[in-house]
Design a protein around this ligand. Structure first.
Ligand code: MRU
Length: 494
């Protein structure tokens, strides 16, 4: 992708010193183009969590390099151990994009396979670079497959511009290069096809307004910014020929989690008979998940809704202003799930595929499709399925004091000690409740029974302290690992 005529990727090792990883601080765009250097795991976690980098592919690539930075900063005798801790911390940094856990696991597996400390560090570097290169190459392929769709519409319209609506930023900035939703647009431009893009502003973080519009402008693609509520009207009036969006996590049956508001666009496209495509590299598939309702949905701070930032043209500074009355409460779900039935097709690096289990499996026969659910029987003999999950979210099951009412929900871990954990949930858990919790890394799971010993409400979130009874040896081992990772994060030793 070109910025003022110069080609950039969104992440790259500094050619002068490979121990430094360069990124573009996307919080400053489009007003300032700031290159930031990551030198340790903590920098990478912060960059992902605070959205200096964002977008599924780039989150994955940054996590890959984060593992590399953890490896080179690890004492020689403890590379595996430090990388296991790094995996825990990175996995907790943002929950929805599948590429994050995928990239972390890929580096961890590559390093663990190799003997010799220097060789392990080299393997971490090589794997992180491969993840980034592959991301760019796959997006390029997505572009070539998606080009056929745009070319067909252009032929039907006898060369009139093809109007494409996109949501959020699934562009170059969300990946390492090319983007997913934008790659077919760039390929169409290169093929001499006239295109025009409707850019949803994408409240509240405004990825569309701040990033996609700027990115398309840099590439010389005609585009028009619209509010998030405008798409339906445009579709009803024949002003949209095609919708292409990205994905943060796609189930093996084709349900798609993408930026909040995507589902509404899919509904409007369906009602108006407009093709709705999702562009994604295969690193975004969650092969363990079938049902989109089980995708972890990130909730971010309400501050992103109640205030807005932008350039003050008088002072030349980026400023944040409050939009609402003091005390206004806001809830900020960052993603929603579009069911496969509303999706015309998935544009992947291997081709365009229908959004259903059979078609996806036929295109990716080499991907291991596993059913990750673990069956648990509670004391009230209800059977529940607890999904294997990555570490930032622990699935849990509440059994009330009388052992009657059971609920399935998800929470976010705030802290872990060797005997318990502190959990943040949107659902009330009371002192004395019993929780059944599955903890662990992907292939390293253990089911634990814990009692809620402490509850408090902070900013309308329920915070609960849970202590576990009869932790088996395997559970103790996993807990120790978590506790050490949390401690290292809290003491800023990462
Ligand atoms: O919160 P973000 O900016 O990381 O979310 C990114 C998205 O949801 C985009 O819509 C994109 O389509 C998916 S990332 C390739």
């Amino acid at each position: 992708m070109n910025i003022n005529g110069h080609h950039f990727r969104t992440i790259w090792p500094d050619p002068e010193n490979k121990q430094n990883i360069c990124i573009i601080d996307q919080r400053q765009l489009p007003h300032q183009f700031v290159i930031e250097t990551l030198t340790c795991l903590g920098d990478s976690i912060k960059a992902i969590k605070d959205m200096h980098v964002r977008g599924a592919g780039l989150i994955g690539a940054t996590a890959g390099f984060g593992m590399y930075l953890a490896a080179i900063n690890a004492p020689d005798h403890a590379v595996n151990e430090k990388l296991e801790q790094a995996a825990i911390l990175l996995n907790m940094s943002r929950p929805t994009a599948r590429n994050l856990g995928w990239a972390v696991a890929r580096v961890l597996t590559a390093v663990k396979k190799i003997d010799g400390e220097a060789e392990k560090k080299q393997a971490a570097y090589k794997t992180a670079c491969e993840i980034a290169d592959e991301d760019a190459a796959f997006c390029k392929q997505i572009g070539l497959h998606g080009l056929d769709l745009i070319a067909a519409i252009s032929r039907e319209k006898k060369g009139e511009p093809v109007n494409i609506l996109t949501h959020c930023n699934a562009g170059w900035l969300a990946f390492v290069d090319h983007g997913s939703a934008t790659a077919p647009i760039y390929a169409a431009r290169d093929a001499g096809i006239a295109v025009h893009v409707w850019v949803d502003e994408t409240r509240p973080w405004n990825q569309g307004a701040k990033l996609t519009a700027w990115e398309l402008q840099q590439e010389g693609i005609a585009n028009t910014l619209i509010t998030d509520n405008t798409g339906g009207h445009l579709m009803q009036n024949g002003m949209v020929d095609l919708v292409i969006v990205g994905s943060d996590r796609t189930t093996r049956a084709g349900d798609v989690a993408n930026k909040i508001g995507t589902y509404l666009k899919a509904l409007a496209a369906h009602d108006n008979n407009i093709p709705f495509y999702v562009a994604l590299p295969s690193s975004t598939f969650d092969w363990e998940l079938e049902d989109g309702a089980k995708i972890p949905i990130e909730q971010r701070s309400g501050d992103e809704i109640t205030s807005i930032s932008g350039m003050n043209d008088t002072t030349g500074k980026i400023e944040t202003v409050r939009l609402v009355a003091i005390g206004t409460q806001a809830v900020n779900y960052s993603f929603d799930v579009t069911p496969a039935r509303l999706i015309s097709g998935l544009i992947t690096e291997r081709g365009i595929v229908q959004a259903n289990k059979e078609a996806i499996h036929a295109l990716f026969p080499d991907k291991k499709i596993t059913d990750s659910r673990i069956t648990m029987t509670t004391s009230t003999e209800h059977r529940h399925f607890i999904r294997k999950n990555s570490l930032h979210l622990l699935d849990y099951l509440i059994i009330d004091k009388d052992g009657l009412q059971t609920t399935y929900s998800m929470g976010r871990t705030l802290d872990v000690s060797e005997n318990g954990l502190k959990l943040e949930t949107t659902q009330k858990i009371s002192k004395g409740d019993t929780l059944l919790i599955t903890v662990g890394l992907e292939n390293d799971l253990v089911d634990l029974r814990g009692e809620v010993v402490h509850t408090e409400i902070v900013d309308e979130r329920y915070i609960s302290g849970i202590e576990f009874q009869d932790i088996p040896a395997e559970g103790k081992r996993i807990f120790k690992k978590y506790a050490e990772a949390f401690r290292s994060m809290n003491t800023n030793n990462t």
